[in-house]
Design a protein around this ligand. Structure first.
Ligand code: ADP
Ligand code: MG
Length: 569
C-alpha cells in the first residue's frame, strides 16, 4: 500500500533475534508470558494516565487481555485495551532496544550457545520472544486518546526488517497476531494457552480472558430443560495483584513467576521478602534479590529502583528513591497508602514518607541478607559473588547502617590462602590473637598483589591474619570503614607498625640491636633518595625483603594514588 514504510531493525535487535531463536528452544512458552506481561504494563500505564485525563477510557474501563487461538490458521491473537502505541512508538519500541549498555552486552557475548543463552535470560527478551514460535508477527495498535484513523500496523518475519502501515483501528490498545512456525502449531490450542497462562501469568494485575463457547440447551437427568449458556469471555487467571494477598497463600513458584514479570529477568530470583507494614507509614513491599547480576550493574546511572504503586494503582517504574544506590540490584515493588496518586519523581525526592519507606526497605534487605548469611552460607556466597562488590559501596553511602553492612562483607584473607571472599569480620575477630587489638588488612591492585606484598612478612611470621583486598572498590571502602565491633582497622602498609602486646620482650631486644647495626646505612639511603621520600626508617616488619615503601598515617595510600591517577586526577 501507499503508506507502507520499511525499516531495518537496530543491529542489536537482529542479534537478539538470532540468539533467542537458537537458544531458547527449551523454554519456548515464555513468549506468552512476555506478551501478557507487556499487556499488563500497558494497562498499568493507561490507568496512571487516566488519573489526570479520565476521557482516555473512551467508555471502556474494563482493562483486560484477550487471548485466542485459531487452530486451522495456526495463529494466536493477544489483544489488550491498554495504553496502545502510535506510529513513532511502534518504530521505536518494536525496532530497537532501549536499555543502556545494550551494545556492550552484545559485544561481550562469547559465541558459546549455552553460556550466551544464560546471559540472554538476564538481558530479558521481551516482545521479541514472539519470534521464538512465530515466523510472522503482526501488531495493530492505536494509542489511547488518538482517533481511530491514527492506528498503525507493524509486521515482521523477524529477520532484518519490519514494515509499518497506517490503519484504521476503532478499539484502543494493541493486538498481536502470531503466525506460528511449522513446528510450533501445537500452541494454537485453547487448552495449551490456558495452562501456560496459569503457569506464568496467574498474578499479573489484569484478567487474561479466553472465549468460552456457548453451551446449547440440553435435557437434564429428570427430563427438565437445562438452559443454553451464551458464549462469553472468561477470565483464566486470578488477576489479583500478588502482593495484596496473604503470604501464607502464595507459593514459592508464584513468587518466582511474579518476579519475572516485575524484573524482566528470566531466571528465578535468589530470594524474596514480602511485607505489609502498618503504623505511621503504611505500605506493602515485595523485594527480590536476583540470582545473577544484570549486565549493566556497574553503571551507577543504570535504571534501578522499585516499581511504585499507590493504593494498587501503578505509578512508575524504577522509583530509585526507595533504595540506596548500593542496593541497586534489588528488584520488586512498593505499594504505598500514604503517597498521593499524583506523586511525581520531584515530589518523591524530598518527602518524609519516601524517607520512612526507604529506611524500612533498606532494613528489610539487610535483614534478609543477614538471615541468608546465617542460615545458608553457600547461598550467601553465591549472592556475594554476584553483588558483593556493590554492597561494598554501602559503608560510604549509608552511615546509619554502616555496622550492619560491614557485618555482611566478605574478604579473602591470609587465613585460607584463596582468592575466594569468604571471611567475615566476625570470623576474623574470632580468630584474633591474644593481645591483638586491630583488624589488619592490605589493599592492592589484585588479590595476587595483596597476597605477595612484603608488608605481610611479619604477620605471616607471627601467625596474625590479614585481610587481603584486591578489588577496585576496596580502597574506597576502607577509607569509610574505621571500625567494626569496636575493633579498629589498620592497614599493614600504612604508618608505624605497632604490634603492641603482640611483641615479646626478646624480639624487641633483638630489634634494638639490629637497628643500631644499620644506623649508618639509613643515613646513606636518605642522602641518596633526597626529596623523593619523607623519611627512611628501620623496620622489623620485613623478614625476607630488604625494603618496602610505606605511606604515613595521614597521607593517601599508594593504592588510592593509583586509583586517582587512573581516574585522570
Ligand atoms: P519491556 O517490556 O522490558 O520494556 P519489551 O520488549 O517487552 O520490553 O517491550 C518493549 C516496549 O514496547 C515496551 O516497553 C512498550 O513501550 C512497548 N509495548 C510492547 N507491548 C506493548 C503493548 N501491548 N501495549 C503498549 N506498548 C507495548
Ligand atoms: Mg516486556
Amino acid at each position: 500500500t501507499a503508506n507502507q514504510e520499511t525499516h531495518g531493525f537496530q543491529t542489536e535487535v537482529k542479534q537478539l533475534l538470532q540468539l533467542m531463536i537458537h537458544s531458547l528452544y527449551s523454554n519456548k512458552e515464555i513468549f506468552l508470558r512476555e506478551l501478557v506481561s507487556n499487556a499488563a504494563d500497558a494497562a498499568d500505564k493507561l490507568r496512571f494516565k487516566v488519573l489526570s485525563n479520565p476521557s482516555l477510557y473512551e467508555n471502556d474501563s474494563d482493562l483486560c487481555v484477550k487471548l485466542s487461538a485459531d487452530k486451522e490458521a495456526g495463529t494466536i491473537t493477544i489483544s489488550d485495551n491498554g495504553i496502545g502505541m502510535n506510529k513513532e512508538d511502534v518504530i521505536e519500541h518494536l525496532g530497537t532496544i532501549a536499555k543502556s549498555g545494550t551494545k556492550e552486552f552484545f559485544n561481550n557475548l562469547s559465541g558459546d550457545q549455552s553460556k550466551d543463552s544464560q546471559l540472554i535470560g538476564q538481558f530479558g527478551v521481551g516482545f521479541y520472544s514472539a519470534f521464538i514460535v512465530a515466523d510472522n508477527v503482526i501488531v495493530r495498535s492505536r494509542a489511547a486518546g488518538d482517533s481511530a484513523d491514527k492506528g498503525v500496523q507493524w509486521e515482521s518475519a523477524g529477520e532484518g526488517e519490519f514494515t509499518v502501515t497506517d490503519i484504521e483501528k476503532a478499539d484502543r490498545g494493541t493486538e498481536i497476531v502470531l503466525h506460528l512456525r511449522k513446528d510450533e502449531k501445537e500452541f494454537a490450542d485453547d487448552w495449551r494457552l490456558r495452562s501456560i497462562v496459569t503457569k506464568y501469568s496467574e498474578h499479573i494485575g489484569i484478567p487474561v480472558k479466553m472465549w468460552k463457547e456457548e453451551v446449547p440447551e440440553s435435557d437434564g437427568p429428570d427430563g427438565e430443560k437445562i438452559p443454553a449458556q451464551p458464549g462469553e469471555w472468561e477470565s483464566v487467571n486470578k488477576a489479583s495483584a500478588l502482593w495484596t494477598r496473604d503470604k501464607s497463600e502464595i507459593s514459592e513458584e508464584e513468587y518466582n513467576e511474579f518476579y519475572k514479570h516485575v524484573s524482566h529477568d528470566f531466571a528465578d530470583p535468589l530470594m524474596h521478602a514480602h511485607n505489609k507494614v502498618e503504623g505511621k507509614t503504611e505500605y506493602t513491599s515485595l523485594l527480590y534479590i536476583p540470582s545473577k547480576a544484570p549486565f549493566d550493574m556497574w553503571n551507577r546511572d543504570q535504571n534501578h529502583g522499585l516499581k511504585l504503586y499507590v493504593q494498587r494503582v501503578f505509578i512508575m517504574d524504577d522509583a530509585e528513591q526507595f533504595m540506596p544506590v548500593y542496593l541497586r540490584f534489588v528488584k520488586g515493588l512498593l505499594d504505598s497508602n500514604d503517597l498521593p496518586l499524583n506523586v511525581s519523581r520531584e515530589i518523591l525526592q524530598d518527602n518524609k514518607v519516601t524517607q520512612a519507606i526507604r529506611q524500612g526497605c533498606t532494613k528489610r534487605v539487610l535483614q534478609m541478607l543477614e538471615r541468608l548469611a546465617k542460615n545458608d552460607a553457600e547461598k550467601y556466597q553465591s549472592f556475594w559473588k554476584e553483588f558483593g562488590a556493590v554492597l561494598k559501596e554501602g559503608p560510604a553511602e549509608d552511615f546509619a547502617n554502616k555496622e550492619k553492612v560491614a557485618g555482611l562483607l566478605r574478604f579473602a584473607s591470609t587465613h585460607n590462602d584463596s582468592d575466594a571472599q569468604t571471611v567475615s569480620l566476625e570470623d576474623y575477630i574470632g580468630r584474633m590473637k591474644d593481645g591483638q587489638e586491630k583488624i589488619y588488612f592490605i589493599t592492592a591492585d589484585s588479590y595476587q598483589a595483596a597476597k605477595s606484598s612484603p608488608h605481610l612478612e611479619i604477620f605471616r611470621k607471627k601467625g596474625i591474619e590479614v585481610l587481603l583486598m584486591g578489588d577496585r572498590i576496596d580502597e574506597w571502602l576502607m577509607s569509610h570503614l574505621t571500625e567494626f565491633n569496636e575493633k579498629s582497622f589498620q592497614s599493614v602498609a600504612r604508618g608505624a607498625l605497632d604490634l603492641g602486646d603482640l611483641e615479646d620482650e626478646e624480639s624487641k631486644k633483638e630489634q634494638e640491636e639490629a637497628e643500631k647495626a644499620v644506623e649508618g646505612v639509613l643515613e646513606r639511603v636518605k642522602t641518596a633518595l633526597g626529596d623523593k621520600v619523607v623519611d627512611v626508617k628501620f623496620t622489623h616488619r620485613l623478614t625476607d625483603s630488604p625494603a618496602c615503601i610505606v605511606t604515613d598515617e595521614q597521607g593517601m595510600s599508594t593504592q588510592m594514588i593509583k586509583l586517582m591517577q587512573s581516574a585522570g586526577q
